[in-house]
Design a protein. Structure first.
Length: 271
């Protein structure tokens, strides 16, 4: 390649400076929010929430909207930040692994997600906002009432969930085969069609499903002592503080109880 003259190089300097400025602008996608609190969002004017649809009544599609208990709670955070919530649907394991945060796909994750030590290695969590346990879903006329009744049978689980962990932990003791499904609706449908003899998942979603489909029933709950948290990128203390403050305020003012009753038909039990 021929060498450029000194004059040619000097002539190019303004162009190179403009290019460098343009690149810097493109990389800095975060937009400061909330009056200099240190919070920055991946999209200007949006609070992007990662979730894995469908997980009714926490988050699911109704017409052209995503609605649910988690959606309403995060809307309170968005309102505090003076932005709109935007839902981003992604595989559940992309959330629990922290991938969605390292790739800047979302600001937080609300997916009916249990706080546990393995997940805390990859992501941070808000303070707990919902108590849950595992439950067993069967056909209404099924003889299966508990895990011991599943000997030689098939138990459906949702991939990457604490229900799957619980099922695998107890499979040798009770002699059933664990059948994995990618999402909750596929697992629930498998119970109704007889593809599996029962399924295990969080009690909130299974009670909601049995209410909608009375040919199914929840026959057993397992006290696993779980609590849901909103997921955040490791070290994102500014946004975590805001989320925690909003959740506390909602509980103090009764707004949390109102949203809970809207989606579960009753107010939460007081501890």
């Amino acid at each position: 390649m021929a060498r450029r003259t000194r004059h040619a190089v000097l002539a190019m300097l303004p162009v190179l400076a403009l290019a460098a400025t343009a690149c810097a602008t493109k990389v800095d996608q975060g937009a400061p929010q909330d009056g200099g609190s240190g919070i920055s969002l991946v999209k200007s004017g949006k609070l992007v929430t990662c979730t894995h649809l469908s997980y009714k009544p926490f988050q699911y599609t109704d017409g052209d909207k995503t609605v649910g208990f988690d959606v309403d709670l995060v809307d309170l955070v968005a309102k505090e930040l003076n932005v709109d919530q935007e839902i981003f649907d992604t595989p559940f394991e992309n959330i629990t692994s922290g991938t969605v945060f390292t790739t800047n796909e979302c600001d937080l994750a609300a997916a009916g997600m249990t706080i546990n030590e393995d997940r805390k290695k990859a992501i941070d969590f808000s303070e707990p906002y919902f108590d849950a346990s595992q439950a067993l879903l069967v056909k209404k006329d099924s003889a299966v009432k508990d895990l011991p009744d599943l000997k030689g049978k098939r138990l459906g689980v949702q991939q990457g969930t604490t229900g799957e962990e619980y099922a695998n932990k107890n499979s040798a003791t009770h002699g059933y085969t664990v059948v994995q499904f990618e999402d909750l609706p596929l697992m629930e449908t498998a119970v109704r069609t007889g593809a599996v003899d029962a399924a295990i998942n969080d009690n909130g979603v299974l009670f909601d499903y049995a209410k909608e489909y009375p040919d199914t029933a929840v026959t057993k709950e397992f006290d696993t002592g779980e609590s849901y948290g909103i997921g955040l990128k490791k070290g994102n203390t500014a946004l975590k503080t805001k989320v925690d403050d909003v959740l506390k305020k909602a509980k103090d003012t009764g707004e949390y109880d109102r949203i809970y009753e809207k989606w579960f038909g009753k107010k939460p039990e007081k501890k």
